[in-house]
Design a protein around this ligand. Structure first.
Ligand SMILES: Nc1ncnc2c1ncn2[C@@H]1O[C@H](COP(=O)(O)OP(=O)(O)O)[C@@H](O)[C@H]1O
Ligand SMILES: [Mg+2]
Length: 966
């Protein structure tokens, strides 16, 4: 009998520094800052032990704790560790109300009968996002009640799906009381895990605890604990020499010496024999091996079986493979040796080898033939006893070699692939489809290969492996006959490339799809391809390309009577009319498009139609209509349940807020947009979010911030190979506005002109900046030309018309004209523009009482907006006219701090360094220091700690959280 080296009774020894850092992390998380604690080190060094200690401490501080374990045979078992960890939230035991309401997408993971009520989207990437988002919501709701610590043990064995989901969770739960604990063996990391860890590290949310061997002093204490008595000095020496401070090996060595009768306690004191047995091997994995070999036969048989099952198995499976009595005896013996853990999960008793290394050693000891046979036996048992458990069955089918009848194995793998696809289990589907393809090739079943190529591609896409999915779709295309079917696969590759921002590749596969289609009669395959062509043209190319695509779709609509093709035509016509400045025509097409989308009851189509709609109404100056369109777009996206698609509509709402002069709300939208962009890896999100932030900053006179945000926006938009009007429009507009604010009218005019040539999505705003720049530069013709261009927009567009009137009024120094334009702008809801036009009117007017009153009112608006530069101008004018001028308000009228100062101290209170604060707020470190000096002086605080206390006790909860909070 072994000495129970894995017994959990031994108290934790040493690790003081690690525990200290762990406590700090718990405090940080309790303060509302999601964090990742990574415990790394070689097998047996004590990662799991430390992580469990962390969970114990977390529980005692009020956390809810969840645990999932990854295993070597589960590498392609989709989401296995997370399913395990989250199950208690979905099916609480004892049953009570679970926070899963409206989260039917969770059914994909937890095999519930409840399938999503929303239709499948036909896009595995989006469906996967939807699933991830449901998990995120689930945790969000849990975290709202109680802080959560989630442990994924041995994450080096987690499937890629789990890794992607973890990444998503950490991003999605930023700023909440969520702790993710990971343990891993760095030596066995796959690139996907390395990528996850570096990604998280870059985001600054990781604390890493690298565990080395225990120091000699702690080894001695561990031996003392294991022996429940004083270890003889000779033993301490042997342990130090042999175990390298690794607790697992210390325990194994102690157990082995006891078992071999070398370490004994004849009269109450432990004694080590002078002669150590030959078998004390230098390499301790050999020790584990000898432990395995010395197990009683029935225990060994069960251990072998568990090893074949990847270290864990449900009871019914073991029962099917080993008859009752020997099984129970074996289990009892393993349990007695401290090698077995039992648990109930999902209503099923499961067994698990306590240390994965032990299962690995046992597996390695099995001869290859035995392994194959065992996998085949397990496969047959699962098939007979646990029908429908394809996820459990398939790995054994894949590993059984020819021990299973290959034809039968192929059948099983095909079904398993489809089952995995239907469960959104991309990694499993991928492994199964690959194995099925190899087997089909070997068996000469060429008839199956085209279908398998499709499944492989689908699986790659579901597993989130975009690049592999492109290659797989191209391969799938080769298996299809020329024409529509082949074009369909090429098109799927093109769409994936477009999402990844790889324009050249996208165009290449799109052209290849079109070439296929050119050779065959029009068919439903033609429609999506032509629509993608139109989208590329509308986003990134010129009117000729768009016209060609529209003509194509028009022909298809006629030939096929396809409503979707007709909708695409309307979309295209709306776009063309808009870019040509024919707004009334564009509106007619838009109305027809919205009708078609409603008739087809297609939310995807409906949301797509609302983008150009918003841009159009904004450009005309109907802020109410524009907002209504983006709100409806957002509602439709939420109905589909794909948050990544919310991005565009949230950007639009932020734009509407910006132009309506609700800048605080616009800034909040920026935060949401930046968050979404980061969470889903969409550079467009960063680009437009930053651009919008820069727009507010420039109008509020925070030039440093405006410049930094505009730079970040440009960098993010440059990162995409295919320029996108919806992104470039705002980015170029703000770049021009910043240049103008910096007294560089030449750059401002040139940038604005470039944007207009590119058919920006913000034509009126951009032309107004151009006109401003020309006026500042003293170029009257240039300004007049901009006014004409503004007038050419529309007709029937009140916003550009009012802006044109402002330019003309300034050129003619005509206060009445300016006042009328200001009134028009005010009626349309453009509060800032209206106020500025009133200031312009006052400037060109000689002293006139009514202009004075309007000037005072404009100053009020500008002060309320925090539009410092224009407010200062209005103040100067009022003073010049001898009026009493109200003092400028503090930017955030509450408490003694300005808005900026408040932003700074809040971040400091979260434990960020000055440099980090500067990075987040787009300030220079010097500026941050200056802000802090002012705050310390004004509040008479003596230390950073006092400042933190002030923030926690005196400041109201954060209404405007910093956007880059991850
Ligand atoms: N600091 C420690 N004090 C006491 N026992 C420990 C300590 N670290 C590890 N152990 C024990 O050593 C064995 C191996 O540790 P484990 O945490 O499973 O290693 P890992 O997860 O790194 O492979 C376990 O039985 C564990 O209880
Ligand atoms: Mg472990």
């Amino acid at each position: 009998m072994m000495g129970g080296p894995f017994s959990a009774d031994v108290p934790l020894v040493g690790r003081d520094d690690e525990l200290c850092r762990l406590d700090a992390v718990l405090t940080r998380v309790l303060g509302g800052d999601a964090h990742v604690l990574v415990v790394s080190g070689q097998a047996g060094v004590g990662k799991t032990r430390l992580a469990r200690e962390a969970l114990t401490r977390a529980r005692s501080r009020g956390f809810r704790t969840l645990t999932g374990l990854a295993g070597p045979l589960q590498r392609d078992l989709s989401h296995a560790p997370l399913v395990e960890a989250l199950r208690p939230l979905v099916r609480p035991d004892p049953p009570r109300s679970a926070p899963v309401q409206d989260l039917s997408d969770l059914g994909w993971l937890f095999g519930d009968a409840s399938r999503p009520p929303t239709p499948a989207l036909g896009d595995p990437g989006l469906e996967r996002t939807r699933l991830f988002e449901a998990v995120c919501r689930l945790l969000e709701r849990t975290v709202a009640r109680q802080p959560v610590a989630l442990l994924v043990d041995d994450v080096q064995w987690a499937d890629r799906g789990s890794l992607a989901l973890l990444h998503h969770l950490v991003r999605g739960l930023a700023g909440r009381r969520f702790l993710l604990l990971l343990t891993h063996r760095p030596a066995e990391n796959e690139p996907a895990l390395t990528e996850l860890l570096t990604g998280l590290q870059r985001a600054g949310v990781v604390t890493e605890l690298r565990l080395g061997g225990l120091p000699a002093r702690d080894v001695e204490r561990l031996a003392q604990a294991l022996l429940a008595g004083e270890p003889p000095p000779a033993l301490t020496e042997v342990l130090a020499a042999r175990a390298g401070g690794v607790p697992l090996f210390v325990a194994a060595l102690v157990g082995f010496l006891q078992d071999s009768g070398t370490l004994t306690r004849p009269d109450g004191r432990w004694v080590l024999a002078a002669q150590l047995p030959e078998a004390v091997p230098a390499v301790v994995s050999g020790l584990l091996r000898s432990q395995v070999e010395r197990l009683p036969a029935e225990a060994r048989a069960v251990l072998d079986l568990l090893a074949v099952c990847g270290g864990q198995a449900p009871h019914p499976l073991l029962e099917a493979l080993t008859p009752g009595d020997p099984l129970m005896a074996g289990l009892a013996a393993l349990r007695g040796a401290g090698l077995l853990a039992e648990e109930v999960a999902g209503g099923e008793v499961r067994y698990r080898v306590v240390h994965p290394l032990l299962a690995e050693v046992a597996y390695d000891l099995l001869p290859l033939v035995t392994r194959l046979r065992r996998h085949a036996e397990v496969a047959r048992a699962v098939e007979a006893r646990l029908p429908g458990r394809w996820g459990l069955l398939a790995p054994h089918v894949r590993r059984a070699g020819d021990e299973l009848d290959p034809r039968h194995a192929l059948d099983l793998l095909l079904t398993a692939t489809d089952d995995a696809l239907s469960r959104h289990a991309g990694d499993e589907a991928l492994a199964d489809a690959r194995a099925a393809r190899d087997l089909a090739t070997r068996l000469g079943r060429h008839d199956l290969l085209p279908g398998l190529a499709d499944r492989l591609a689908e699986a790659c896409q579901r597993a989130g492996q975009r690049e592999e999915a492109v290659t797989a779709w191209l391969d799938a295309a080769r298996w299809q006959p020329a024409g529509g079917e082949r074009a369909d696969r090429l098109h799927r590759a093109a769409v994936l490339e477009l999402q990844a921002g790889r324009g050249q590749e996208c165009l290449r596969w799109l052209a290849a799809a079109e070439a296929e289609l050119a050779a065959v009669a029009p068919s439903p395959f033609h429609v999506p391809v032509a629509w993608s062509r139109l989208q590329v043209a509308a986003r990134s190319q010129g009117p000729a390309e768009a016209e060609a695509a529209i003509a194509d779709l028009d022909r298809l609509a006629d030939r096929l009577g396809s409503a979707r093709a007709r909708a695409a035509v309307l979309y295209g016509r709306c776009h063309t009319a808009f870019t040509a400045g024919r707004y009334e025509e564009a509106r007619a097409h838009l109305a027809a498009l919205l009708d078609t989308a409603a008739e087809l009851d297609d939310p995807l189509l409906g949301e797509r139609a609302r983008r150009p709609g918003f841009v159009l109404e904004l450009a005309r100056g109907d802020l109410g209509a524009a907002r209504a369109l983006s709100e409806e777009g957002l509602r439709l996206v939420q109905r589909i349940g794909v948050p990544a698609l919310e991005l565009a509509h949230r950007v639009d709402l932020g734009m509407a807020d910006f132009f309506a002069g609700d800048w605080n709300r616009a800034l909040r939208r920026c935060g949401e947009v930046l968050d979404l962009g980061q969470r889903f890896g969409l550079p467009r999100g960063t680009a437009v979010g930053m651009a919008l932030r820069a727009l507010v900053a420039v109008r509020q006179g925070r030039l440093e911030e405006a410049r930094a945000c505009a730079g970040a926006a440009r960098a993010a938009s440059d990162a995409s190979a295919l320029p996108d009007r919806h992104v470039l429009g705002p980015v170029e507009a703000v770049t021009a506005a910043v240049a103008l604010a910096e007294d560089d009218p030449a750059t401002a005019a040139a940038t604005a002109a470039r944007a207009v040539r590119r058919r920006t999505t913000l034509p009126a705003f951009t032309l107004a900046v151009a006109a401003d720049a020309q006026l500042v530069a003293g170029n009257r013709e240039g300004a007049a030309a901009a006014a004409t261009a503004l007038d050419d927009l529309g007709p029937g567009a009140p916003y550009p018309a009012a802006l044109a009137a402002v330019v003309r009024g300034r050129l003619a120094r005509d206060p009445d004209r300016l006042a009328r334009a200001a009134a028009d702008l005010a009626r349309l809801g453009f509060r800032y523009e209206a106020a500025v036009a009133d200031v312009d009117a006052a400037e060109v007017a000689d002293v006139r009482a009514d202009a004075d009153d309007r000037l005072a009112a404009a100053l009020c608006t500008l002060d309320e907006l925090g539009a410092r530069p224009q407010a200062d101008r209005a103040r100067r004018l009022l003073r010049r006219q001898g009026r009493r001028v109200p003092a400028p308000p503090r930017a955030r009228g509450r408490g003694p701090l300005s808005r900026r100062e408040e932003d700074v101290v809040r971040l400091v209170a979260r434990g960020l360094s000055n440099a980090e604060v500067a990075r987040r707020l787009y300030l220079s470190p010097r500026t941050v220091t200056t802000h802090l000096q002012h705050v310390y002086a004004r509040l008479q605080l003596g230390s950073r700690a006092a400042l933190v206390r002030y923030v926690l006790e005196e400041l109201p909860p954060d209404a405007y959280p910093g956007p880059a909070d991850t």
